[in-house]
Design a protein around this ligand. Structure first.
Ligand code: TGC
Ligand code: FAD
Length: 393
């Protein structure tokens, strides 16, 4: 498909030449969609604190939801294609990529991997089409980096389970048709429960006053004697490793997405620097400004290569969690550095909503925290390198 994007960010090493023809078609399709449908209205959504809900069925039509999964209405694309989708979405806004991450990696993936046949048939085709929205409730007010300490409980009762507890910082919880809630079953093992919208005792509460990810719903979930039937439990996902495996897949998408946010900032700042005149010359002609672009191009190129190689490891099935931690950690920090440098190049204009750099920076302040903070990924790598876990002191 021909692509008419005005987007010109440099792919200096032609890393996209390493993509398959199919993956490049996905790139061009999503790129055009982001230009035509997301970018024109994103400032308004960011200002108003709303998500463009009308676009969700469009994501579905393009096969972007659960794209990496086989069967049940999912597109069965490569993990590399999933990464490309995340990159192009986050070029628009981290909120758009977050939507895809949560739907594809945090809700559809666990149902696909750990769900019963009935759960898969009921939810996956609807979610792939964008007719149903999911959210993933792992974090609690007192358990963020340490989800293994969670306090939410599920008590076995006649015909099902009763859930009690609080989930916090949950993307899409207020707009979700389905909440995947992780809870400690009968005081012991962590299990996943599918809680349908409107279930008595399950109440989402939107978190207001965010400076970051404004074009994305973030909410708490209050669970008060919330009864779910026996078939709400994910039968095959047992223990903390079940939710952590979902995080792996979402972190993978973020490693790619961060590249898109950085490329958007770079592209915008370069256009600006070539036309902004100071001291009778475009600011792009000054050595200090050129050096900033040289640094940023180097950072972006390194991140692109990491994302691509990680994609190969996922597609070959040879990846391990620490591989993904390395790229999530590096690429998000890279994107923040690029975003802040671009904001600086834009001068005072860079603090206005007319330019995207600061919106990306503000979003990335969440991205560097969620899905494992920068330092938690440092510790995951530290354990992989030394064999000594340092999380607990
Ligand atoms: P630990 O003892 O290390 O591990 C428990 C079990 O899990 C296994 N495991 C993994 N399995 C798959 N993938 C991974 N990445 C895994 N990491 C560990 C591990 O082998 C073990 O298995 P087994 O068989 O021995 O039971 O657990 P720990 O309690 O010491 O914690 C380790 C730590 C700190 C790395 C982990 O808790 C962690 O990753 N913390 C960060 C929490 C986090 O990332 N939360 C994200 C919440 S979701 C979110 O932010 C969504 S944002 C969405 C959006 O894009 O909008
Ligand atoms: P804390 O864990 O309290 O960490 C605070 C600081 O302490 C960090 O700097 C951290 O690195 C540091 N720290 C913690 N432990 C250690 C240690 N052992 N050693 C050294 N330093 C340490 N969660 C979900 O379950 N589902 C979602 O959909 C979801 N969406 C989110 C959307 C947004 C916009 C945001 C901001 C968060 C979202 N989260 C979600 C929650 C997110 O995963 C957590 O915020 C994250 O895991 C960090 O937890 P915390 O905020 O409680 O920080």
């Amino acid at each position: 498909m021909a692509h008419a994007s005005p987007y010109t960010a440099m792919d200096f090493y032609d890393v996209d030449a390493l993509l398959t023809e199919e993956d490049r078609i996905v790139r061009d399709t999503v790129r055009s969609f982001v230009d035509a449908e997301i970018l024109p209205d994103i400032r308004r959504h960011f200002r108003d604190g709303t998500f463009p809900l009308d676009l969700i069925p469009r994501f579905g039509e393009m096969g972007l939801l659960g794209s990496q999964l086989e069967g049940y209405g999912c597109a069965g694309m490569s993990y590399t294609a999933y990464g490309v989708i995340c990159r192009e979405m986050e070029r628009g806004d981290s909120g758009a990529r977050s939507f895809c991450s949560v739907q594809s990696s945090l809700v559809m993936y666990p149902i696909h991997r750990y769900g019963s046949e009935e759960q898969k048939r009921k939810w996956l085709p609807e979610m792939a089409a964008g007719r149903k929205i999911g959210c993933f409730g792992l974090t609690e007010p007192d358990f963020g980096s340490n989800p293994g300490g969670m306090a939410t409980t599920a008590k076995t009762v006649k015909g099902g389970f009763v859930l009690n507890g609080n989930k916090y910082w949950i993307t899409n919880a207020s707009i979700a048709d389905l909440s995947l809630v992780w809870a400690r079953l009968d005081g012991g093992t962590i299990r996943g429960f599918l809680v349908e919208k409107g279930t008595k005792g399950c109440t989402p509460e939107e978190i207001r006053g965010k400076y970051s990810l404004r074009a994305s719903d973030t909410s708490g979930i209050v669970l008060e004697d919330c009864f779910v039937p026996s078939d709400a439990i994910l039968p095959e996902g047992v223990g903390l490793k079940a939710p952590l495996s979902c995080l792996d897949s979402a972190r993978y998408g973020i490693a790619w997405g961060a590249v898109g946010a950085a490329q958007a900032c770079f592209d915008e700042a370069l256009r600006y620097a070539k036309t902004r005149i100071q001291f009778d010359r475009p600011i792009a002609s000054f050595q200090l400004v050129q050096n900033k672009f040289a640094e940023m191009l180097t950072w972006i190129t390194s991140a692109q290569l990491q994302a691509w190689r990680l994609g190969r490891l996922w597609d070959e099935g040879t990846h391990e969690p620490a591989h993904t931690s390395l790229a999530k950690r590096h690429n998000v920090e890279m994107a923040l550095k690029v975003g802040r440098t671009c904001r600086d190049i834009l001068g005072a204009s860079g603090i206005t909503e007319e330019y995207a750099a600061l919106r990306h920076v503000l979003n990335l302040e969440s991205v560097i925290t969620y899905e494992g903070t920068h330092d938690i990924h440092g510790l995951i790598l530290g354990e992989r390198i030394t064999g000594i876990p340092a999380f607990k002191g």
